[in-house]
Design a protein around this ligand. Sequence first.
Ligand code: HEM
Ligand code: HEM
Length: 180
Amino acid sequence: MRFQFTDTPERYGSVSRFLHWSMALLLIWQLATAVARILVKDSALDEFLWGTHRPVGALLMTLVLIRIAWALTNRRQRPAAVSLMARLGHVGLYALLFFVPAFALLRQYGSGRAFSPFGIPLMPGFEGERIEWMLIPANLFHSWFGWLLFALIAGHIVMVFVHRHRAGDTDVLPRMLGRR
Ligand code: HEM
Ligand code: HEM
């Protein structure tokens, strides 16, 4: 069949590929917002990009929840990881893709400030004291785990090309491009 929604052992289906590549684009955007914040802080570029960091992060949270559910549904029929390291790497990516935005959203809620990504009233905000325990995980880990996620993604991309060009290795790129 040319159009395949679900995964098969030979390649990822269209839903998995859509989730993989749309999240990849949004994560590159998210990286740009974080880099601009460090390199050109308070410039017009930083202000524009940083203004999108929270909404895009909330969108990534939504997509990763769908992606985790989809991966679990397809776990018996998707391409097998090429090694234990690849498998652990993918699990690590999933864990960070979940916890990085989850901690930040928890902090956002606990801060009591209203939050309406893309105009959708997700958090109404509240009067009074902040909820301190909700701020702790993100204050400790959001930034570090965010940078760790970007580092792991860089390693992931390098490994895709190592597998592609190393003699005798499995080229995994066609699986994610949907090619036979
Ligand atoms: C997958 C999604 C996300 C990634 C990869 C990510 C990544 C990052 C990174 C790397 C930093 C550190 C920037 C620096 O060193 O100055 C950061 C900071 C920040 N992020 Fe995110 N973020 C995500 C989602 C979110 C969400 C959903 C929110 C809020 C709703 C958020 C709010 C913040 C805030 C307030 C900061 C500055 C304070 C801090 O460093 O903890 N982020 N983010
Ligand atoms: C930018 C953020 C990226 C993230 C977070 C990410 C994450 C992942 C994850 C979690 C998997 C496991 C399969 C799944 O559940 O979807 C995967 C597979 C894959 N990714 Fe990425 N990826 C990113 C970017 C890229 C890029 C830029 C490339 C191409 C150069 C790429 C190529 C692949 C390939 C070929 C596979 C299949 C690996 C296999 O079947 O063993 N990824 N990716």
